[in-house]
Design a protein around this ligand. Structure first.
Ligand code: G3P
Length: 229
């Protein structure tokens, strides 16, 4: 990375992850230089019809220089630990995504003590985030869009976790998930989330504005008039 780009990016401290298992979307976002990592979940893997999960994760890891969350599907302690240990063999970028359940918390403690990066998922209140952080998770993933869906304000949760983590100097990163639109993203930045993971359509919408399109159209039309004179 050249120095100018490195310095500019350093100034933008919130990381952008893409929430998808679609390789074309990941490549597109990577090519735009906005990608710091990837999150997936079993629903996203199923959506793109992944048959060989491990080789799919490997392909993603080779495309992105950053953490790639791979979710376990076990719900018991021994199963989560065994899956986590297998997943991290795929590539050093793999971060094991573990659900916020009791066995999950125990597994986080074990895996984190082995130096394995953990993203604790399906976080819906600050107490859950605190427990995951104390167990040793690198990331906690509050699902802001799904809270909005049931009439709560997902951003309140980001704010509460930020205050708690700052009060007690907890280094676990807040990874805002279930991001549905640019306003979520901007609010996450205002509130100090460490990472936001978003579907490709949110990244795409960040680029677009009707006045940009109409402005460009006019510039090109005026240029054509000049050269065709
Ligand atoms: O990857 C977890 C999360 O981001 C899912 O989002 O849109 O299914 O609520 P969503």
């Amino acid at each position: 990375m050249d120095n100018l780009r490195e310095n500019l990016i350093h100034a933008i401290s919130m990381k952008f992850f893409i929430d998808t298992a679609d390789l074309d979307e990941i490549q597109e976002a990577a090519d735009m230089g906005v990608l710091d990592g990837v999150t997936t979940n079993p629903s996203l893997m199923a959506k793109v019809g992944v048959s060989d999960v491990k080789s799919h994760y490997l392909k993603i890891c080779e495309m992105v220089d950053g953490d790639v969350s791979a979710e376990v599907i076990s719900t018991d302690y021994a199963g989560i630990v065994a899956e986590g240990r297998e997943l991290v063999k795929i590539h050093p970028n793999i971060t094991v995504k573990v659900p916020m359940i009791q066995d999950g918390v125990k597994a986080i403690k074990t895996l984190a003590s082995e130096g394995i990066k953990i993203n604790c998922t399906l976080i819906f209140n600050a107490a859950q985030a605190l427990v995951a952080a104390k167990a040793g998770a690198k990331y906690v993933s509050p699902f802001i869009g799904r809270l909005d869906d049931i009439g709560q304000d997902g951003m309140d949760l980001i704010e509460q976790i930020r205050v708690i983590f700052d009060n007690y100097k907890i280094e676990t990163q807040i990874l805002a998930a279930s991001v549905r639109h640019q306003q979520h993203l901007l609010s996450c930045m205002l509130l100090g989330a460490d990472v936001a993971t978003m579907p490709f359509n949110v990244i795409d919408k960040m680029i677009k504005h009707p006045l940009t399109d109409s402005g460009l159209e006019k510039f090109l039309a005026d240029h054509a008039k000049m050269v065709n004179r």
